[in-house]
Design a protein around this ligand. Structure first.
Ligand SMILES: C[S@@+](CC[C@H](N)C(=O)[O-])C[C@H]1O[C@@H](n2cnc3c(N)ncnc32)[C@H](O)[C@@H]1O
Length: 173
């Protein structure tokens, strides 16, 4: 959570929010000046999240898919233990949808399990690289619950500033 560097007031999308226990921590970090949107495809999980955060009116809940969420509006998109559940052939499309939700300076925070070969994180970097995102800092490995996990924080690659246009000297000069 600390690595997400939330200061309060941010707008966050929690993709695949599940039971909402982690989402609750994000909601408390952004506070009432911010907004957390929880998205899940499972009505059962979403209902649990709704109960978990019933006392936090700055949290909203969405049943369905990423394309229904606003584009370019989020300071942080959080995807915790979700991407390994997406079929490998669909991950490119999901990466595009996630990237499209970010504000220009927005960040994408990913944590995925490394055990049981659930997912190749280097492949994830390639997929997100194609959508224009790059690591903000080196990937971090931790031990979390059942085994090793990887954390990736990504952001739009900053393109080098183009040189100013050259001025043509005219007779008027
Ligand atoms: C392993 S759970 C993780 C839940 C939560 N992020 C956490 O870490 O506690 C994965 C969640 O992602 C949701 N999910 C999987 N594919 C999804 C998709 N395409 N769109 C939205 N939610 C999805 C599942 O319904 C489930 O709630």
């Amino acid at each position: 959570m600390e690595r997400l560097e939330l200061e309060g007031g941010e707008r966050v999308l929690d993709f695949g929010s599940g039971s909402g226990q982690l989402s609750r921590r994000i909601a408390l970090a952004v506070g009432g000046a911010g907004r957390l949107s929880c998205l899940d495809i499972s009505p059962r999980w979403l209902e649990l999240a709704r109960v978990e955060m019933a006392d936090l009116p700055w949290v909203d809940f969405h049943l369905g898919v990423l394309s229904q969420m606003p584009r370019g509006e989020y300071d942080l998109v959080h995807a915790h233990y979700v991407l390994h559940e997406i079929r490998p052939g669909m991950r490119g499309q999901v990466a595009e949808e996630l990237t499209a939700r970010l504000k220009p300076a927005g960040r994408l925070g990913i944590r995925e399990p490394l055990y049981y070969n659930m997912l190749d994180w280097k492949e994830l970097l390639e997929i997100f690289g194609r959508t224009g995102l790059a690591l903000v800092r080196p990937p971090e490995r931790h031990w979390w619950l059942a085994g090793p996990v990887i954390e990736l924080i990504l952001q739009h690659r900053v393109s080098p500033r183009p040189p100013p246009p050259r001025r043509t000297v005219t007779e008027a000069d």
